[in-house]
Design a protein around this ligand. Structure first.
Ligand SMILES: [Zn+2]
Length: 422
C-alpha cells in the first residue's frame, strides 16, 4: 500500500504538467475589472480581456492551496466545471473600505487578475470574502480562447534590465518586475543602481539568501516626464508614469496608485509573478498588498528595510506585527482565524505556528526579556493591541531594529518560494 502511494505521489508533478499543457498555453489572460462600492456594498464589473505574451507562474502548482487573501480567482473548464486554476489576492479597494471615506461616499477602483491563457472554453470566477468569512461570487465570466475581442497587449518597446537571473525557466522561479516611478529618461542610470540595490537588499535577508537561484529580477526602463513623486499634503504634484502618490487614504507615508492599467501594461512587458514599484524619492514610505503590488521609496536611509518589509506583504502575505491602541479600529474579525500566516486570533492556532512552539512556552506569552528570542504567542499584532497575537517580540514585520524576519515569517516566505519554483 505504502509503495503504491509513493509511486502515485511521484507521478503527481508529471500529471500536473500534462494538465497545464492540455488546458493552457504559455501566455496569460489578463482580466481588467472594476470594484465599486462603499463600506457596505461591493459590485464587480468587467472592463476588458487582454492576452499577454508570458506565463511565468508555476505549471505544477495550479491550485493555490494556501488560500491567502480576501479575494480569490478560480478558473473552471466550462464544459465539465472542473477546477483548473486558482489564486488568492488582496487589493487596494479592500483597504479603502476600512477608511472613514468609505462610510461617506462610493468609489470605483480598477484592478486585474492574471490566469494562464486557456486552450478550451473556461469560466473565470472572482470571489470576495465577507467580514464573516463567507466566500461570495462577485463575477462569473465565460471565456472562449478564440474570442476576437480579447485584445493583444501592446509591445511598448521598452528596454529591460536583467538585475538578477537565478533561473532562466520562468515557470520555476519567482519573477519580480521592478517598475520605475518618477525617474526621468536622464535618471535611468539611477534606476539601474536602485534595481541592483533591490537585489542586494533582498538577498541580505534570510530565507531569501538561501534561494537566490529561485528568483529573477527585471527592471523595465519606463521613464516619467517629471522626477519625483506626488505629495498632495505638501501641494506637490508630479507628472509620472504610474501616478503614485504619498498620502494615500490621507496617510502621509502610504504611497500607492489607483492607475491600474498603466501599472499592468508595463508589468506585462516581461514575465512576472510580483510587481515592485521603486519610487524615485528620499521621502520615507511605500506599501505592499498581497499578490497586488508593492512600492517603496528608493532613496531613503531605511530603503533596504522598507523594500523587504513591503515585499513580505506583497509576496508572502505577511501581516504587520505592530499594533497600536486605537489608530486603525477593527481590522480583523476576532471570531475568525485571519488568513495571514504570522498572526492568529487563536481560533485555529493549529493551522498557524503551533508546531513550532516549545511545549514549555506559555500561551499567551508575556512580552518579557526572557522570551526575546523565543517563538511564542504574544498579544498584539495586525494593528490590534488585543485579541490578535504575533509569533515573536520583534521581526522585520514589526520594526527595523533587528533586520531579520522571525522564524515563523521565514517559514511562510520559504513556503511561498517553493509554491512558485516547483
Ligand atoms: Zn514575523
Amino acid at each position: 500500500m505504502k509503495k503504491n502511494l509513493l509511486i502515485w505521489f511521484a507521478l503527481l508533478p508529471c500529471m500536473a504538467w500534462a494538465q497545464f499543457d492540455t488546458y493552457f498555453e504559455s501566455a496569460s489572460l489578463r482580466v481588467d475589472y472594476t470594484l465599486t462600492g462603499n463600506d457596505k456594498t461591493t459590485t464587480f464589473a468587467l472592463k476588458e480581456l487582454i492576452r499577454e505574451p508570458y506565463w511565468s507562474g508555476s505549471k505544477v502548482n495550479l491550485i493555490d492551496n494556501l488560500e491567502y487573501g480576501n479575494y480569490i480567482v478560480k478558473v473552471f473548464e466550462h464544459e465539465t466545471d472542473h477546477l483548473l486554476f486558482s489564486k488568492g489576492y488582496q487589493n487596494l479597494y479592500g483597504e479603502w473600505q476600512t477608511t472613514t471615506e468609505a462610510t461617506l461616499t462610493t468609489k470605483t477602483f480598477e484592478e486585474s487578475v492574471i490566469v494562464p491563457f486557456p486552450k478550451v472554453k473556461i469560466d473565470v470566477v472572482l470571489y470576495r470574502k465577507t467580514w464573516e468569512g463567507e466566500l461570495v461570487e462577485g463575477l462569473r465570466l465565460p471565456v472562449s480562447p478564440d474570442d476576437y475581442f480579447i485584445r493583444k497587449a501592446d509591445d511598448l518597446k521598452l528596454s529591460v534590465y536583467d538585475a538578477w537571473i537565478g533561473n532562466a525557466d520562468v515557470t520555476k522561479a519567482v519573477d519580480i518586475v521592478i517598475l520605475p516611478e518618477g525617474y526621468t529618461e536622464a535618471e535611468m542610470g539611477k534606476f539601474v543602481k536602485d534595481c541592483n540595490f533591490f537585489v542586494k537588499s533582498l538577498f541580505d535577508y534570510a530565507p531569501y539568501d538561501r534561494y537566490k537561484q529561485s528568483f529573477n529580477v527585471r527592471g523595465l526602463m519606463a521613464p516619467s516626464a517629471e522626477s519625483g513623486c506626488t505629495e498632495p499634503g505638501a501641494h506637490v504634484y508630479k507628472n509620472t508614469v504610474m501616478r503614485f502618490s504619498y498620502w494615500t487614504f490621507d496617510s502621509e507615508r502610504y504611497c500607492m496608485s489607483t492607475d491600474n492599467r498603466d501599472i499592468r501594461d508595463l508589468a506585462g512587458q516581461v514575465p512576472y509573478d510580483q510587481i515592485y514599484i521603486l519610487i524615485n524619492s528620499p521621502k520615507y514610505g511605500g506599501g505592499g498588498i498581497y499578490n497586488f503590488y508593492c512600492s517603496s521609496a528608493a532613496s531613503n536611509s531605511f530603503s533596504g528595510d522598507i523594500i523587504i518589509h513591503e515585499f513580505g506583504h506583497g509576496f508572502a502575505g505577511l501581516a504587520d506585527e505592530y499594533y497600536d491602541d486605537d489608530t486603525y479600529g477593527d481590522m480583523y474579525n476576532n471570531d475568525l482565524e485571519p488568513w495571514e500566516p504570522n498572526i492568529t486570533t487563536l481560533v485555529d492556532f493549529g493551522a498557524k505556528w503551533k508546531d513550532m512552539l516549545d511545549k514549555k512556552t506559555p500561551v499567551p506569552t508575556p512580552r518579557e526579556k526572557k522570551y526575546e528570542q523565543t517563538i511564542g504567542v504574544f498579544e498584539g499584532g495586525g494593528y490590534e493591541a488585543e485579541g490578535v497575537y504575533s509569533p515573536h517580540m520583534d521581526c522585520l514585520m514589526k520594526t527595523f531594529k533587528g533586520h531579520e524576519f522571525c522564524p515563523v515569517c521565514q517559514r511562510a516566505i520559504e513556503r511561498m518560494i517553493l509554491y512558485y519554483s516547483e
